[in-house]
Write a protein that binds this ligand. Structure first.
Ligand SMILES: Cc1cc2nc3c(=O)[nH]c(=O)nc-3n(C[C@H](O)[C@H](O)[C@H](O)COP(=O)(O)OP(=O)(O)OC[C@H]3O[C@@H](n4cnc5c(N)ncnc54)[C@H](O)[C@@H]3O)c2cc1C
Length: 301
């Protein structure tokens, strides 16, 4: 269904789908339907869409859905999909890159590398968007998203844009505190200058290392649990003997114990139950309560 046939959104130019299966938009390939699924035709169009929503309509922002479990009953509200909707990326001045929220992290890494800038090579292997990386403070191999962010733009549910100073955000490991009903539309990254060949070699070696350690070709959401202080969730899960544990179509990866794989037929319920089983067993056996890194949304069927 396109925007023309979804009543209430006649003023927007982007695409609106009704009852869009979220399994098409999450890397776990699970998730029931979203009441509305919107891909904005740019920033102003996004503001128009937000203004056309009832003030109590729940809103879920989705980048590439690579850290998101949408439950089987779906999301009874509006999903705003930034990928392909907010996709501008530009260089500013000598060392700055501006990227909208829907730009894939890998594209940001390649773009900056081509421009002889370094600092976000670690993003090359993160299969999410800039918006998701800002929301999660995504990181890898010692790098974190917010280390090089010098400006952000947010939008609220009235469609108003704001530019709070980056120092006003509480940024921590895989966590950023943002005011309720505010979402990222873009960011500026200030980077250092470097040799593109060296940057390219670093990207290649990080991707190779990732490929050897993680089941990157399988349907997953990356690391399911945050690493507890001074330890690794994968080590604890493995120590509890849970590698290969399954529930329905979901299984703990035998390659990386902090990854849960959809083996093809998993439901969101299968995955969530497996997450609960892991938490309980690690707590019982090792006395550590693991804290999920993935975000949950929607309702059970
Ligand atoms: C194979 C694999 C490897 C991974 N490796 C890593 C890794 O090395 N390091 C790492 O940190 N993560 C990793 N991840 C997890 C994931 O890729 C990151 O968390 C990524 O930043 C999520 O981006 P996304 O666009 O997919 O966000 P989504 O999954 O779409 O959303 C994640 C959360 O961010 C919110 N969100 C999305 N966009 C916005 C926005 N514009 N404004 C406000 N909130 C928003 C969503 O509502 C949701 O709560 C991996 C995942 C996979 C599948």
């Amino acid at each position: 269904m396109t925007r023309q046939s979804v009543p209430g959104f006649e003023t927007v130019r982007g695409v609106v789908h009704a009852n869009e299966p979220m399994s098409r938009h999450t890397s776990w390939r699970v998730g029931g339907p979203a009441r509305y699924f919107f891909i904005p035709a740019g920033r102003e169009d996004l503001a128009r869409f937000l203004q056309s929503l009832e003030t109590d309509t729940p809103i879920l922002w989705v980048g590439l859905g690579s850290n998101l479990l949408v439950r089987d009953g779906g999301f009874d509200g509006a999903v705003i999909a930034t990928h392909r909707g907010l996709s501008k990326i530009e260089r500013y001045g000598e060392r700055e890159v501006f990227a909208q929220a829907g730009v894939p992290c890998a594209r940001l890494a390649r773009f900056t590398n081509r421009h002889g800038l370094c600092g976000v090579e670690f993003m090359a292997g993160i299969p999410g968007t800039v918006g998701g990386a800002l929301a999660m403070n995504a990181g890898a191999f010692g790098g974190e998203t917010w280390q090089s962010v010098t400006q952000v733009e947010l939008v609220n549910r009235r469609g108003e844009f704001t530019h709070p100073p980056v120092e006003s955000f509480a940024v921590a490991y895989r966590e950023v505190t943002v005011a309720d009903d505010h979402w990222f539309t873009s960011a500026r990254f200030t980077l250092s200058c470097g040799d593109p060949d060296v940057g390219q070699a670093r990207i290649r070696s990080l991707l190779t290392e990732r490929g050897s350690r993680q089941p990157v070709q399988r349907a997953s959401a990356g690391s399911v649990f945050r690493n507890p202080p001074d330890d690794h969730a994968a080590r604890l899960i493995e120590a509890a003997g849970l590698k290969g544990l399954r529930h329905g179509g979901a299984a703990v990866s035998s390659q990386h114990a902090n990854f849960i794989i959809n083996e093809g037929t998993a439901s969101a319920r299968d995955i969530e139950t497996l997450i609960e089983m892991i938490r309980e067993r690690v707590m019982d056996l090792l006395g550590v309560m693991l804290d999920p890194e993935v975000r949950f949304s929607g309702v059970d069927r």
